[in-house]
Design a protein around this ligand. Structure first.
Ligand SMILES: [Zn+2]
Ligand SMILES: [Zn+2]
Length: 139
């Protein structure tokens, strides 16, 4: 199933219609690795009002279409692992640029083992690293 099909199916199964603005926001999210609310609103170019963008993102979060990645007091939005590949992030504490860290099988195994040693079957996790990026280290 393609991402667009999965998106349409997810809305349908949850009795939400595939509106133009939902489609547009999904498309914008598909074009980026991750995005802030501000950038997303900017990219909609006034075709969708601010309140609708917030409502749509909140709906997408409830339907697990997106994930919010916490960065300090703010957050970035990106398509959930169902639409991309599983990964973690590292964010610069100075310029706030973030990069995806590709899946590491060993780390994933450790997490599953740790959860199971506590009697849990791991269903999801988020790991966020922060540091100072190579550009900011030279400032
Ligand atoms: Zn930086
Ligand atoms: Zn992971």
């Amino acid at each position: 199933m393609s991402n667009n099909e999965l998106f349409a199916t997810t809305l349908k199964e949850n009795h939400f219609s595939l509106t133009k603005s939902r489609q547009r926001i999904f498309q914008l999210l598909s074009e980026v690795e991750s995005i802030t609310m501000r950038e997303l609103i900017y990219k909609t170019n006034h075709t969708i009002d601010r309140a609708s963008v917030y409502r749509t993102i909140s709906l997408f979060e409830n339907l697990r279409i997106i994930e919010k990645i916490k960065i300090g007091f703010k957050y970035k939005i990106e398509l959930s692992d169902l639409y991309s590949y599983h990964h973690h992030h590292i964010t610069c504490i100075i310029c706030h640029k973030s990069k995806p860290i590709h899946e590491n099988k060993q780390l994933e195994k450790i997490l599953i083992t740790q959860a199971s040693s506590l009697g849990y079957k791991l269903s999801k996790h988020q790991i966020e690293l922060s540091g100072i990026c190579s550009v900011c280290q030279k400032l």
